[in-house]
Write a protein that binds this ligand. Sequence first.
Ligand code: COA
Length: 438
Amino acid sequence: MHRPPTFLSDWKNDYQKKLLSVEDAAKLIKSGTRIFSAGWAGDPDALINAISARSSELEDVEFCSNNSLRLAFNEPYNDGHIRNNQWFVGPGARKDIQEGNGTYTVHNLSKMERDMAGLSMDYGIMMVSPPDKYGFMSFGVMVCYARFLVENAGTVIVQVNRNMPYVRGDSLVHISEVDYVCEENSPIASIPLIPVNQKSKAIAELIGPYIEDGSTIQLGIGAIPNSVGKLLAQKHDLGIHSEMITEGAMELIESGAVNNSRKTMHKYKSIGTFAGGSEKLYKWLDNNPFVEFYPAHYVNDPYIISRQHKLVSINATLSVDLAGQACSESIGSRQYSGVGGQMDFNLGAGLCPGGQAFMVLNSTANTRDGVVSTIVPAFPQGTFVSTNRNDIHHVVTEYGVAKLRGKSLRERTNALISIAHPDFRAELKAEAKRMKFI
Ligand code: COA
């Protein structure tokens, strides 16, 4: 049961009393329970491995996380001792989820905590930085929903890791709030830098002129948002209010293009809810007052997003149909990713005075069946719509920008065909006519 953070002059004693070996911490887990982990690089890797090693002793345990780097519990969902339930699917868990060794929970990141609220969370586990002089540890690169776990899980176990950056914002947990501590200094998971390629550069150059100096930027996950970030170095007085703080954001702050001076909220600060990048980024974030992290229920709240100065959101998608719906998380019915905050930022940018949202994708994709158009007449059966057609403003490929906001079905269909790869335009036009879209 949660206790509020309490000032303890002898917090070091409290820390020592709560300290266990990683193996002993893993032994706390009982059958018939749910473990909820902080997700992504906030998953306490050593503790999870130790729980995994005990898997055969446990029955009917559910392990929930968000974008785990790899599935420690890659057992068939129904037959395993520990069932895996991911709230975002990234490269780490993708294959296992697709093969049925786990499942995915559907949600928008802004509402994740509301969706978690109905669950019994027997254990909340997370990786944190070492304590500061008052006994506060930082959630580091995964602030997201960590505080919600601290306040709502039956038993809170933290893995203290000296490699976890101590980040600023609403990002701290006090030793008095946790039940057990274990220690292991593993490297913090990183995302390899995606080099800018010709297509992503072309897309970035198309978006560049739409972004005014002074805008507040959100850059999503993927190669194209990264390329847009590089191009923004030529702008002035930009702000950052983004779900993820990346290497690109660091470079923009260092270059001076981002100074957050025109922000309506959190002036002079870049805001995020988690970070993903290299060790260099994590070292840079350590105690860095230029960047603050807040829970996702705040950063991704479409109302908060809408209050930013000229919010521009740039998110990648996998496929768009002629009605203007975007599928960003599945290939057919195969779960490939999650929606994360994509929907939140499209909605928030739509409500923001002067706000703009861009959904970006390459016009073609290489598949087992050859090269396919990512602009399609209609999605194949089973495809999941991630961002609905009412909230999408612009769709961008290397062939141009299709403006969908305020456009009729006829206009949006023509606009989308005009940015499809030329080899597929005739086919798309014929299908659009058949469907009476044009
Ligand atoms: N049919 C079949 N395959 C397709 C496809 C289609 N229509 N469209 C894309 N693909 C394939 C690509 O060919 C590529 O496969 P490859 O790696 O074998 O070449 C893969 O799907 C996508 O490439 P990936 O490298 O994973 O793309 P990315 O890193 O640029 O990420 C998204 C793109 C859409 C997966 C990612 O942006 C995402 O997860 N978005 C949703 C979440 C989000 O936007 N959150 C926003 C807030 S941070």
